[in-house]
Ligand binder design. Structure first.
Ligand code: FES
Length: 1006
């Protein structure tokens, strides 16, 4: 049908099918600012304005929009500097989002801005609650909504002509002292209303830097706030085909027969592939370094399916609709096999999930027992420790399977380039692993594959999987045409990866004085149908959590710790990497267990934890015993800011006034009832308040394994290209890498043009995982910058010496200082970097000033955190409302307080879902209950508790600027802190998270 759409003030004529959604029509016309997040419009990333009102473009037909005014983000504003042409610049909302650090991955940003624009047109002076409600239809998995809400309030003020609030943070630059913002809040305003900057407790003798430590604007924020075509799917290519996958409806079955003739005969179908069409290459989808620390147990397509959602066939067609129709025409005859859905039955079941002869074991995997990995770690003498204890505590806990739920689904485009090389443009955390791992699967040498990682709309570990690249690539090989493959939200739930669910047994020995004498954890971990990340995720469950508590006194010198685990196959969707990488699974049982022990033995819960917690100068106990399947190497922990984290967060949340205070606990218990005045109508409230704490430590990269590279070259104007293989998933890593390089080179961050990543052009990097980028890739960028700085100084010294030939004043390179875009001699004379660049490139002894460096760390210095939670529990319904989360974090020196606090706020929000509502469940046939954002609930902007982040800086000696990791630790301790707060409120334990109303209600009535 022929339509005319009025978009951003211009009419567009199009000829399209009646079923075309407005989302598809807009994206087809090149308005890539509107994004696909899910089929039902529940993510809200497809929000546009229709006659000024926010609507989901995916839920409206293009034909329904005819005759209405459509506005997309592209209409709002543009980069203020467009060469000779002057523009109105960016919209105040775009500016505020950019300046406030509200753009992380940026996938939801256009939708949030449009929803806010609609609000401000109706209500120029909204309250925070009104802002939260207005953007509540747009889910954000990255930010925790703190900074987007702030941005809207700030833009509203500016649009009212009130100007904007000064940024109160002074950081450590220019001799400034950070302001304790908690003391400067206007009366009656909450923290989130008045600030986006975290409180930073600065090292007393900290060095002052020009850009490191400053809240620099994210290097990609401007383009993302404009909705520029920055993501994998924002890509146009002539002859593009659309891929679809036929997924198994059975949890365990053999494919006896498969007939694709009808599908192939359908007009518009370019290819249909089954296992019979592809070479049989066994591999693992876990995006990890070589050699892969796990079994090889997967095929692109197989004659056996092992979970509901496993692959059966691939289709490429001219449109998505034709591809879907083709799937329905594929006839498959299955032989149904017995299933294992309960991890407790795996090792004793006669059913074998992996009986293929190509299976390749790793370490102690054993497919005969459905065992993907086995871990047995003994540190010290655990049995002796138990014998020396005054009391032994044993209990069992359970942690659920949960989804990463990045708002941008998995998406990939593949095509042959003019040199017959296969280009894979993919939303991945691990581009170099994709290239290496796909090569044998596709029958291509590594050198004939180029992987391009554009901007990523969130990954959280889900894109550390080489999950769908092979689908599109096989279809491109089959058809010679470009192929786009994008998961639907339902496919994310049934076919992507998730956090490993585990059943965990704890046994802890304690002396009367509170000393832990021995601590033991056993984890039965469910890897689902494939063993991707089985060993390494589950290893971290014990490695990072059990290491925190070593005991006290003599036990501190020789702790007794045991961590055993069996990682078993079941006929459920595979688990994999998810931010935190096994560690949140460890802290739920560990910290809930410690809380119970503290209460049973009458210890103060904070004192008990700190008494037994690891301290600076001590060995990481697991470093002598385990290293992700590799040789262990003993490692001393040099910086531990845990006690100060506890002190800061304890004060911020008001622990001393609330813990053990019955009056406070009942402060939610105002007498409620009818307003008739009759006392007989009155009834006590059922609400009880509680407060809880949990501590955490994580890691910073994998020692002797994670490697990152960086290259820097100088341009004619004294600016620099920084190329890194590291993958910014929205975390801001490009920004902090640019900050560190800019610091060394003495230039503002806008002079660093950062690009990540392309396997043809950027240096190798293992990718974004294990909280490694700031630490590993940051050190590489710093080293590369130091090489460039040396070249600049040599040339500048010569230039300055030549100028002063007559006076005979010579300048040595090592005396030169780089700052403010100048090379400065000790006597104050200087030469601009742009002159140095012109001299190098055009005038004298020409050379390209550049530096390449890489870094692999011998250590993994842990960050530490104190997490506090305040909750209200309704004893009648079991409903737990988390009112406040305060987290104090020792992540070493904070390179950028805005991006770092954004990581903490977003991480706490993901962990909040793990604490109270997120869970993936299956029926007796292995069919998923949760298949969309209706049943699987993500916190919305209007449901959030108050979040507060405090950084307690330490100077980590192994990093050039003293940094440690920040991205994963906020996932670790929210759930146990909430569980402990629920116990504090109502006196009962829920031992399996999430703490749902039903579980609380049942626990109360036990
Ligand atoms: S910034 Fe909102 S989903 Fe990533």
């Amino acid at each position: 049908m022929n339509l005319t759409l009025h978009i951003n003030g211009t009419d567009y004529a199009l000829d399209t099918a009646p079923s075309t959604t407005l989302l598809a029509a807009l994206r087809g016309l090149g308005f890539h600012g509107v994004k696909f997040g899910d089929e039902g419009g529940l993510s809200g990333s497809d929000t546009i304005l229709l006659d000024g009102k926010p609507v989901n473009a995916g839920s409206v037909l293009a034909a329904q929009a005819e005759g209405h005014k459509v506005a997309t983000i592209e209409a709002l504003g543009e980069h203020p500097e467009q060469g000779w042409k002057s523009t109105d610049g960016l919209h105040p909302l775009q500016k505020a989002f950019i300046e406030n650090g509200s753009v992380q991955c940026g996938y939801c940003t256009p939708a949030q801005i449009l929803a806010a624009k609609s609000l401000l047109e109706k209500n120029p002076n909204p309250t925070e609650a009104e802002v939260r409600e207005a953007i509540s239809g747009v889910l954000c998995r990255c930010t925790g909504y703190v900074k987007p809400v702030q941005a809207v309030l700030k833009a509203a003020a500016e649009m009212r002509g009130e100007g904007t609030q000064e940024n109160k943070y002074t950081g450590t630059g220019d001799g400034g002292t950070p302001i304790d913002l908690s003391t400067s809040l206007p009366d009656g305003e909450t923290l989130t209303q008045t600030r986006t900057m975290p409180k930073v407790i600065v090292m007393p003798d900290k060095q002052q830097w020009q850009t490191v430590g400053k809240p620099e604007i994210k290097v990609d924020a401007v383009k993302l706030a404009q909705g520029k075509p920055a993501f994998a799917a924002d890509f146009e290519k002539r002859g593009l085909l659309h891929a679809k996958v036929l997924f198994s409806p059975h949890a365990h079955a053999l494919i006896k027969k498969i007939d694709t003739s009808k599908a192939k005969a359908l007009e518009g179908v370019a290819a249909v592939l089954t296992w019979q069409d592809l070479p049989r290459v066994v591999y693992s989808t876990a995006g990890q370094s070589d050699p892969l620390p796990g079994p090889l147990d997967a095929f692109s397509l197989d004659y056996k399916v092992r979970f509901v959602g496993d692959r059966v066939a691939f289709v490429a067609a001219e449109t998505v609709e034709i591809a879907e129709k083709a799937l329905s025409l594929i006839e498959v005859e299955y032989e149904i096999l017995p299933t294992i859905l309960d991890s407790r039955e795996s090792m004793t079941s006669p059913t074998r999930i992996h009986d293929e002869p190509e299976y390749v074991n790793f370490a102690d995997s054993n497919p005969e027992k459905n065992l993907a990995a086995e871990i047995r770690i003994d540190i010290g003498d655990v049995e002796k420790g138990f014998a020396e204890a005054d009391q032994i505590f044993e209990a069992e806990y359970e942690v659920p399977k949960v989804q990463q739920a990045h708002i941008e689904p998995h998406v990939v485009v593949t095509y042959w380039d003019e040199d017959d090389r296969l280009v894979i443009r993919t939303s991945t955390q691990v581009p170099f692993h994709v290239r290496r791992m796909m090569a044998p699967v596709l029958g291509l040498p590594v050198k004939r594959i180029r992987v391009i990682k554009p901007r990523i709309g969130g990954g959280f570990g889900g894109k550390q999987e080489v999950l769908i690249e092979d689908v599109a690539a096989h279809l491109t090989i089959a058809t010679k045409r470009p192929v786009l493959y994008e998961y639907t939200r339902e496919e994310e739930f049934i076919a992507a990866r998730s956090r490993h669910p585990m059943r965990i047994k704890m046994k802890t020995g304690v002396k009367k004085d509170g000393t832990i004498t021995a601590n033991s954890m056993y984890a039965l971990s469910d890897t689902g149908a494939y063993g991707c990340h089985a060993l390494t995720v589950t290893g971290n469950t014990g490695h990072k959590s059990m290491a925190l508590y070593v005991g006290d006194g003599e036990y501190r010198k020789a702790p007794n710790i045991r961590f055993y685990a069996d990682v078993v196959y079941t006929n459920t969707p595979p688990a994999g990497a998810y931010r935190g990488y096994g560690v949140p699974q460890g802290y739920w049982p560990l910290d809930r267990h410690l809380e119970k022990i503290a209460r049973a033995m009458g210890f103060d819960p904070i004192d008990f934890r700190l008494k037994n917690a690891i301290r600076a100068g001590e060995y990481h106990p697991f470093s002598v015993a385990w290293n992700e399947g590799r040789e262990p190497r003993p490692e001393i922990i040099h910086t531990v800011g845990l006690e100060q984290c506890v002190a800061q967060a304890r004060a911020a949340i008001g622990w001393d006034d609330k813990y053990g205070n019955e009056e406070w606990r009942n402060s939610g218990s105002k007498v409620e009832g009818q307003k008739s005045g009759s006392t007989s109508d009155l009834r006590p409230s059922t609400k009880r308040k509680g407060i809880g704490i949990a501590l955490a430590m994580q890691g910073t990269a994998i020692p002797y394994l994670d490697m990152g590279g960086a290259s820097i070259k100088m341009n004619d104007d004294g600016s620099f290209n920084l190329l890194v293989g590291a993958t910014d998933l929205g975390t801001g890593s490009d920004t902090v890498l640019a900050q560190m390089a800019a610091e060394v080179l003495g230039v503002p961050i806008e002079d660093m043009i950062c690009y990540s990543s392309d396997t043809d052009f950027t240096p190798f990097d293992v990718g974004a995982y294990a909280s490694s980028t700031t630490y590993i890739s940051g050190t590489a960028a710093t080293k590369a910058a130091q090489i460039v700085a040396e070249r600049i100084k040599e040339r500048a010294a010569r230039m300055l010496s030549e100028v002063n030939k007559e006076t005979g004043t010579q300048v040595k390179p090592e005396e030169i200082r780089l700052a403010n875009r100048m090379a400065i001699a000790p006597d104050g004379r200087s030469v601009p970097l742009s002159e140095v660049a012109l001299d190098a490139l055009h005038r004298n002894n020409q050379e390209q000033i550049m530096g390449v460096a890489s870094y692999v760390s011998p250590v993994s210095p842990p960050p530490f955190a104190a997490q506090f939670a305040e909750v209200t529990v309704d004893t009648e319904t079991g409903q737990v409302t988390v009112d406040r989360l305060v987290m104090a974090v020792d992540s070493g020196i904070i390179i950028n307080p805005v991006t770092a606090s954004g990581q903490i706020e977003g991480g706490m929000t993901q962990a909040l879902g793990y604490a109270v509502c997120e869970e993936m469940r299956y029926d007796e046939k292995g069919v998923a209950y949760e298949r969309d954002f209706d049943r699987y609930h993500l916190f919305r902007a209007d449901e959030m508790p108050e979040l507060e982040t405090i950084f307690v800086e330490t100077l980590e000696p192994s990093h050039p600027f003293g940094a440690k990791a920040v991205a994963e630790i906020p996932l670790d301790a929210v759930a146990p802190a909430v569980g402990n707060a629920v116990l504090d409120a109502i006196g009962v334990n829920v031992d399996d998270n999430p703490v749902t109303p039903e579980k609380v209600w049942r626990a109360l009535r036990k």
